[in-house]
Design a protein around this ligand. Structure first.
Ligand code: GLU
Length: 373
């Protein structure tokens, strides 16, 4: 049953660890392995699945190119290594994906891009557009500008944030372990867990630390990733990626650990918008817009009569009709100042009114939650 999880998923994030991408002895890019992985990705794309890759390896590749000594790198050394290594990494993906007719898009994100509201909206909408256009986003942390306080540091959690930000229904962490065991795998009596329904304190106790020189994420960060991903509505697998065609291997029933999703990506996102975000203002809308919203459409500036409060782009606002009933809440695409300027105007006037061409919608329907009743 679990072997079919990957084949059934609609939007899949695959995280590739540095230890898989680079040869342990030479430190070079493991092209044969990557080629086989890309073939798996292309096969899934051909089945109509949307694929996103979160790839590590920039620092590992760059440190070799720059001939940096083995061992822990200083922050500025890893920033420099990432700047060099990311070029080769992206180039390899581009070359291999294009052989299957797919465009490859490089996205470098920082912690703020997934945590800060305004930038979150930007990242989400750019990546959505790329998926709509059929491209395969290849994502990594922007290690060159990320400093210790403001970085993820490990791509396990980054991949989980990407999965929840993009409402993916499946996340696969390809690493050098084939899942979670009841005790460190080399100990006698350690048993492999094929499925984890919930991350309980017992499960957490099973995760030891230890990461290699190249990959930062140990089992602890993988569990942290599982928490983020499953809360966001994605099912997550930890699988051994060492063999060729690791995604196909999962579909063929290779041993791995699946973490159950706690809701659907849609429900998780709606809950996040309507529940956990404090509303900073309100948009009062006309009757035509109320009708459009109830039909599942976006809120356009033309339908907004008044703007209340002070908010920034990406903040949560409530949406009311003229009689004062709350119709919806959502993430607004304009700051309160700009929203006031374009309220009541049609979308093609936005550029003239603001001096820049922003989004056509005041609140995109993906960012809206209708109140029931
Ligand atoms: N972002 C880092 C890189 O590309 C990898 C972080 C990790 O190994 O999880 O080298």
């Amino acid at each position: 049953m679990s072997a079919s999880y990957l084949a059934q998923a609609q939007r899949v994030v695959v995280k590739i660890g540095s230890a898989l991408l680079t040869d342990a002895e030479t430190g070079k890019l493991n092209r044969t392995w990557l080629q086989a992985l890309v073939e798996d990705v292309a096969r899934m794309r051909a089945r109509g699945q949307e694929m996103l890759i979160v790839s590590s390896g920039a620092i590992a590749l760059g440190r070799r190119a720059l001939k940096l000594a083995p061992g822990k790198l200083k922050l500025e050394e890893s920033q420099a290594a990432a700047a060099v290594g990311q070029i080769g990494l992206a180039h390899a993906f581009q070359e291999m994906l294009s052989a299957y007719g797919h465009s490859c898009a490089q996205i470098l994100v920082t912690l703020e891009d997934t945590e800060e509201r305004r930038r979150y909206l930007n990242a989400r909408s750019t990546i959505s557009t790329l998926l709509k256009l059929g491209a395969v986003p290849v994502i990594n942390e922007n290690d060159t500008v990320a400093t210790t306080e403001i970085r993820y540091g490990d791509n396990d959690r980054l991949a989980a944030r990407v999965a929840s930000m993009m409402s993916a229904d499946c996340l696969v962490l390809l690493s050098d372990v084939d899942g979670l065991y009841t005790a460190p795998p080399h100990l006698t009596g350690a048993t492999h867990l094929p499925e984890v329904a919930e991350i309980t304190p017992e499960i957490e106790a099973m995760a030891g630390g230890a990461a290699s020189e190249f990959s930062r994420g140990g089992m602890k960060t993988k569990l942290a990733a599982a928490r983020i991903a499953t809360d966001g509505g994605a099912r997550m697998a930890i699988a051994n990626g060492h063999g060729l065609h690791p995604l196909k291997a999962i579909e063929d029933g290779a041993r791995c650990t699946w973490f159950a999703a706690h809701s659907t990506p849609y429900a998780a996102r709606k809950r996040w918008i309507s529940g956990s975000l404090k509303s900073l203002g309100a948009l009062v809308i006309d009757d035509g817009a109320v009708k459009a919203l109830t039909q599942g459409r976006s809120l356009l500036p033309a339908g907004v009569a008044t703007v209340e409060g002070i908010f920034g782009r990406g903040d949560a606002v409530s949406v009311r009709d003229k009689a004062g009933h709350e119709i919806a809440s959502g993430l607004v695409a304009y700051s309160s100042d700009d929203a006031r300027r374009i309220a009541g105007h049609s979308s093609h006037e936005i550029e003239e009114l603001l001096g820049y061409s922003g989004r056509a919608e005041m609140i995109h329907r993906d960012d809206l939650v209708l109140k029931k009743g």
